[in-house]
Write a new protein. Structure first.
Length: 207
């Protein structure tokens, strides 16, 4: 749900400036299914490449997926924040840096304005997520995800199972998702075969 939105507002220049400043630190490769966490650690993680899902610790709900560079653990610099962890979905290059060293690096290169913009970007992503999911009907949530899946397929030719994708990023029961998609198929608003979205027309605003 955040994949398209995050790319449109991504602070790429600021992200690259911060990552460039960390070039003196060794990078390591994490394999699929390894975790990236800030729990019980005084480090943050600079993600250089790969694919990482960020999941909520409390219930394993997938919050968003990062497929480019990123910084994980910014809030942990100042607070004992460990509500999320990263789950590696493809080989991922990461630099792990001590928090105090990272702060000195940011100060030395005068990158606090850049880091502030990156932090604001993350806030925007989570605010957008709340806007879609909090106090919304199940149908409006499914509708938002169908529109994103359709755009992802058009842009990246992604092989996405709509049932799994929607359930992965929401707390909706699978039976609810199946019922809504079934009704949309009956109304000829979507064509889904073997879990894959083949086509979509103008979706109704209300169920």
């Amino acid at each position: 749900m955040l994949s398209i939105y995050s790319k449109k507002i991504r602070p790429q220049h600021e992200m690259e400036s911060i990552i460039s400043a960390t070039s003196g630190y060794e990078a390591k490769t994490l394999k699929k299914w390894q975790k990236i966490t800030t729990t019980d650690t005084d480090s943050i993680h600079i993600i250089l490449s790969g694919e990482v899902e960020f999941r909520r610790e409390s219930d394993e709900l997938c919050m968003f997926t990062l497929q480019k560079e990123g910084i994980f653990g910014i809030s942990s610099i100042f607070y004992n924040s460990s509500h999320m962890y990263g789950l590696v979905r493809a080989n991922t290059m990461v630099r792990t840096i001590k928090k105090d060293e990272f702060q000195r690096l940011i100060t030395h290169h005068n990158l606090w304005p850049d880091l502030t913009k990156v932090m604001a970007w993350y806030i925007c992503l989570l605010s957008k997520r709340d806007d879609v999911l909090v106090a919304r009907s199940a149908y409006s949530v499914v509708r938002e995800f169908l529109l994103e899946i359709n755009e992802l397929i058009a842009q990246h030719k992604s092989d996405i199972n709509v049932y799994d994708y929607i359930q992965e990023y929401t707390n909706l029961a699978r039976s609810t998702i199946i019922k809504i998609l079934s009704d949309l198929k009956k109304g000829k608003y979507i064509v889904v075969e073997k879990g894959r979205l083949l086509s979509i027309t103008a979706l109704p605003e209300k169920y």
